[in-house]
Write a protein that binds this ligand. Structure first.
Ligand code: C2E
Ligand code: CA
Ligand code: CA
Ligand code: CA
Length: 278
């Protein structure tokens, strides 16, 4: 598979994390990042286990800081949460993803795009309307948007989860439980959520080749998901051996550096229309 775009973030000096004035500056910078156009979405392909073709992408937020370069979302999402900027960021992601779906469509590519939903957004009563409006604004059918919510966040506030999941399912948006296995789910509760997809946490995929236990867990999760009529996605697939194990277990979709790194929208279009020998 071709490699494009790269994902050389984490260029974030360690001292920035502890130094209070540096923190404040970064917070301030983040406040203006949107207006300055420093935020962007990169897209990582999800590969269909049956035919090896791209079957969707996950949108991942990037911040290109004028001095620090690419700052990892692992850093600035937490920062945005702490400083009350996460709502604004989340809304920008929703709109930008819908805009991109429409743009790809005009170029003949019909891609389902997954966005990541934060805890804040899950609890926000206006999320469903906001997503509905963004879809309408860009003329995108709801079924082309998928929302990923981590298992941990979904289990934190079950009432909010049920309400938001039901609302999104009602308008036709697909739902996915992200990082599955890293938290603690009640199976009975999982059964009640209108989700379409389970994403197996990267830590299990990472251990597949060397740990009998990891293989047992993943095998059980795939069977559980299929019993609940959910598609299973394995993320963090980095090697051919991991891919082969996952395919043998009938995992539906695969995502990871082995296939492609997250890349710009333009690179993604070229990648998906090029020949993909996998
Ligand atoms: P996530 O949702 O679990 O996203 C998957 C992360 O794994 C991404 O990191 C992706 O670049 C990385 N990844 C993909 N394939 C591989 C692989 O083969 N090996 C390894 N080691 N890593 C791989 P990224 O882009 O740094 O994002 C980190 C986290 O930040 C995401 O984890 C997600 O929780 C959060 N995030 C990213 N974008 C957004 C966003 O728009 N909104 C919200 N609320 N959170 C976001
Ligand atoms: Ca600055
Ligand atoms: Ca995700
Ligand atoms: Ca994940």
């Amino acid at each position: 598979a071709k490699r494009a775009g790269g994902s050389c973030h984490v260029l974030f000096e360690p001292h920035m994390g502890s130094d209070a004035s540096a923190q404040l500056e970064l917070q301030n910078d983040l406040r203006h990042a949107l207006a300055r156009g420093e935020l962007s979405l990169h897209y990582q392909p999800k590969i269909d286990g049956q035919d090896g073709q791209i079957c969707g992408v996950e949108a991942l937020l990037r911040w290109t800081h004028p001095q620090h370069g690419m700052v990892s979302p692992a850093v600035f999402i937490a920062l945005a949460e702490r400083f009350g900027l996460i709502g604004q960021l989340g809304s920008w992601v929703i709109d930008e993803a819908c805009r991109q779906i429409a743009e790809w469509k005009r170029r003949g590519a019909n891609l389902r795009v997954a966005i990541n939903i934060s805890a804040h957004q899950l609890r926000d009563n206006s999320l469903v309307a906001r997503i509905e409006q963004a879809l309408a604004r860009h003329g995108v059918p709801a079924s082309q948007l998928l929302c990923e919510i981590t298992e941990t966040v979904a289990m934190e506030d079950m009432k909010a989860t049920q309400r938001t999941f039901d609302g999104l399912a009602r308008i036709g948006v697909f739902l996915s439980i992200d990082d599955f296995g890293s938290g603690y789910s009640s199976l009975n509760y999982l059964r009640q959520l209108p989700a379409r997809q389970l994403k197996i946490d990267r830590s299990f995929v990472n251990d597949l080749e060397f740990s009998e236990d990891a293989r047992s867990v993943v095998n059980a999760v795939v069977k559980l998901a299929h019993a609940l009529n959910l598609r299973v996605v394995a993320e963090g697939v980095e090697t051919a051996a991991q891919r082969d194990i996952l395919l043998a277990m009938h995992c539906d979709e695969l995502q990871g550096y082995f296939f492609a790194r997250p890349m710009t929208a333009q690179a993604l279009l070229a990648w998906s229309s090029g020949d993909q020998a996998r």
